[in-house]
Design a protein around this ligand. Structure first.
Ligand code: GUN
Length: 334
């Protein structure tokens, strides 16, 4: 395919995204940062559902092109036990894969499955040429070593981006690996909504392996849409608000409901809420509701751009997983 007709691929950051950043045009913008001037207005919403749909359309086109070459992209999900949140996540991923024309299988193992049995299953999936992507849903039961499991998935099928080889490639700035889906999704939300990262002060709250650490690794690369100055904050950090108040971009990924309050946010900053927290809600039939790490309504009055939650980062995680799967299939058939 020529450079002109080639579909944009979400992992290809050397080119601008196919759609111009969403901009309602309502706010005059700071040309350098993409931040609004009129602080009397509430923050612009970064619509993760709509941006994820854009990525899905690109992935669907990729899947169609692969099928035209006789290649059926396929992903296998493995869930161990009946954790309700994991059940919901895996079923959502399975459904979206099928919608996009990706063959999807879900294997459910008993909570008490020995680690060796899970590793043997992964070895069989690694050896099956008809399977391009493998995802082992975390968290795993406590008798299973998560890092051992992630390191057993073949790196070229590791659509989660958790294998040490892919983690290392990300840190080294080697684009041939897979990036973890949630931080990759956050990155695309920023790219596609016109948030300038070059030279920006970014505060990430949370240093987990799934979001905080890889998020830092992505944004500090010497590359288009990266080049940020990163502060990675965690439970032992002193005076977190002093750091977050300096940030042009604030990413909350610590898993504490409404941890980020309005006084922690620099006026006009971009605020990304990765958190998924259960809070008791007697009014809900389930007895709880899901909420993010950011006190949305109050922070919205201060921020320049903000992700809603739900409807911000969550849909992007699935979008990047599907994009990674289509890419794994393409890489298997160069
Ligand atoms: N649990 C929470 N997030 C994730 C994810 O991105 N991948 C896997 N495998 N498990 C998770």
């Amino acid at each position: 395919m020529s450079a002109v007709t080639r579909a944009h691929e979400p992992w290809d950051l050397s080119r601008d995204p196919p759609h111009r950043p969403r901009d309602s045009g309502k706010f005059p913008r700071d040309a350098r940062r993409g931040l609004r001037h009129n602080l009397a207005m509430p923050a612009e919403i970064i619509d993760g559902t709509a941006i994820a749909e854009e990525v899905h359309r690109e992935t669907a086109a990729r899947v169609t092109a692969l099928k035209a070459r006789g290649i059926q992209p396929a992903v296998t999900f493995v869930r161990v036990g009946e954790d309700p949140a994991s059940r919901a996540y895996v079923s959502r991923k399975h459904k979206k894969a099928e919608e996009l024309g990706i063959r999807s299988d879900t294997i459910v193992l008993d909570e008490k499955t020995p680690e060796a049995e899970l590793l043997a299953l992964i070895a069989r999936l690694n050896a099956d040429p008809a399977i391009h992507g493998i995802l082992i849903q975390a968290p795993l039961p406590s008798h299973i070593r998560e890092q051992t499991v992630f390191a057993t998935v073949a790196p070229h099928k590791d659509v989660d981006g958790f294998h040490p080889v892919n983690v290392g490639k990300l840190l080294l700035g080697d684009d041939s690996g897979f990036r973890p889906c949630t931080p990759a999704g956050v990155h695309h939300l920023m790219i596609r909504s016109g948030v300038e990262t070059r030279g920006a002060e970014v505060a990430i709250v949370g240093r987990g392996n799934i979001v905080g650490k890889p998020m830092a690794a992505i944004l500090l690369q010497k590359a288009p849409h990266c080049d940020a100055t990163i502060t990675l904050l965690h439970s032992r950090s002193r005076d977190i608000p002093a750091h977050t108040r300096r940030a042009d971009i604030l990413i909350a990924a610590l898993g504490k409901a409404h941890f980020v309050t309005a006084d922690m946010v620099k006026p006009g900053a971009c605020v990304i809420d990765v958190g998924v927290n259960r809070v008791a809600d007697p009014a809900s039939p389930r007895g709880y509701r899901l909420t993010g790490d950011v006190d949305f309504e109050k922070v919205r009055a201060v921020a320049g751009k903000i992700t809603p939650n739900p409807g911000g980062v969550g849909p992007m995680t699935i979008a990047m997983l599907m994009a990674n799967t289509a890419r794994a299939a393409a890489m298997a058939h160069p």
